[in-house]
Design a protein around this ligand. Structure first.
Ligand code: FAD
Ligand code: EPU
Length: 341
């Protein structure tokens, strides 16, 4: 059984808290609903958008089609051997709940990804990453439905063509694939601890922890994130609005002559990643507010909604930031947030 609601306010379904209306809205709570959905006239007759937790989208106008909210539930251990455990999570499971399940059971690999908002099913879309770890390192497979044929498919991590905040789901399979579950391969022992990210080392030191466990790392990451990033329940936002740009080494060295303080992380002999937060702060945007749309006071890469900002106002601010970074640094910032409209 599948039901549809007409004209639904999307404010509770996006972490920017932007009010825009969907013409049609449905929830998928059981896998059997998916084939029925794909055969329904409301699906085939107009645009549709799959939505998880709404923590990486910006609605900029009314959605004149069908929003499909994925609420599939279930976390299962499907296999284990001496070294590894394979965990399958339904797409609608909350990502942080999944991390906590793993950390509590001493399954290692995703503790650095603690407290990232959203669902398990959206995690492969941009290959979520934080504090030195990306999903690609632990993802075994993705299961889902081809929305054009209705057939089910299983993709390996290699099939997903993961990159920094990137995957096949943002290119060939954009809007063509519904992820119904993900399977992760995590360690049961000999965990590979990733503590080299500056803030983690400092936080563990401040907590007097010299031999950290995955539980300690998770705690440290939660502490850092809580101190740096605004909680969407308190202040509407979607995390980093832009990706950190990767520029050519030549360009980096030219900029470095003009801006000796400019930070950069060498990727290889050709490329350097620059923190977009630094570029945006240098352009004078940090803490700026225009009506209810603003740039966060502590993290200029995060755009915020102080209350009643519209998606259009937030997008307009993003365009101005983008253009000022082009003018000052000749760097073309790409949005991380999915702009709808
Ligand atoms: P949504 O916002 O609902 O959707 C995002 C995209 O995925 C849309 O294009 C949607 O159509 C598609 N999609 C969602 N579910 C499915 C599905 N089941 N099948 C097919 N397509 C689907 N991200 C990071 O990588 N690292 C961070 O450290 C990080 N920190 C954040 C901090 C804050 C405070 C916030 C608000 C966001 C942060 N994010 C971060 C971004 C966001 O949490 C992730 O991108 C997350 O994976 C989005 O999940 P979601 O369920 O909310 O997806
Ligand atoms: N910086 C400034 N001014 C500031 C803040 C930061 O200049 O006010 C500069 C500093 O040079 C700092 C650098 O930016 O060293 C990096 O800042 P931070 O450690 O806060 O990380 P980030 O690069 O802004 C990225 C991800 C986050 C992820 C963190 C931790 C992207 C686009 N963002 O942020 O992911 O949580 O690293 O790994 O890659 C997200 O994707 O939504 C997200 C929050």
């Amino acid at each position: 059984m599948i039901t549809f609601q007409e004209r639904v306010n999307l404010a509770p379904f996006n972490t920017f808290g932007v009010t825009e209306y969907a013409r049609w809205f449905t929830r998928i709570e059981k896998p059997v609903q998916i084939p029925a959905l794909l055969q329904h006239a409301l699906f085939s007759s107009g645009p549709h958008l799959i939505l998880g937790g709404g923590s990486n989208v910006l609605f900029t106008r009314a959605f004149e089609g069908l929003i499909i909210r994925i609420e599939l539930a279930g976390i299962k251990v499907i296999r284990e051997d001496n070294e590894y455990v394979w965990i399958k999570a339904a797409a609608g499971e909350n990502w942080h709940k999944l991390v906590m399940f793993c950390v509590q059971n001493n399954y290692g690999g995703i503790e650095n990804l603690s407290l990232i908002p959203g669902t398990a099913g959206a995690a492969p879309i941009q290959n979520i990453g934080a504090y030195g770890v990306e999903l690609t390192e632990v993802l075994e497979e993705v299961e889902g439905f081809d929305l054009t044929t209705g057939s089910t498919h299983t993709l390996s991590a290699a099939d997903c063509r993961f990159g920094y905040r990137d995957s096949i789901f943002k290119h060939e399979l954009k809007e063509k694939f519904l992820i119904s579950s993900i399977t992760l391969r995590l360690t049961r022992r000999n965990h590979r601890l990733r503590t080299s990210y500056g803030a983690i080392t400092d936080t563990l030191k401040s907590l007097n922890i010299s031999q950290p466990t995955i539980q300690d790392i998770s705690k440290a990451v939660i502490q850092i994130r809580t101190s740096k990033l605004p909680d969407p329940q308190q202040l509407g936002n979607a995390g980093s609005f832009f990706k950190n740009p990767v520029i050519e080494s030549k360009h980096y060295h030219l900029l470095k002559e003009k801006h000796p303080d400019m930070p950069g992380f060498i990727i290889d002999s050709q490329q350097v990643k620059i923190p977009a937060a630094w570029l945006i702060e240098q352009c004078g945007w940090k803490g700026k507010r225009f009506g209810d749309a603003g740039v966060h006071v502590h993290q200029p890469l995060v755009l915020v909604n102080y209350g009643r900002a519209t998606g259009k106002e937030i997008l307009q601010l993003a365009h101005q930031i983008h253009d000022s970074v082009v003018d000052k640094f000749n760097i073309d910032l790409q949005t991380e947030v999915n702009i709808i409209g």
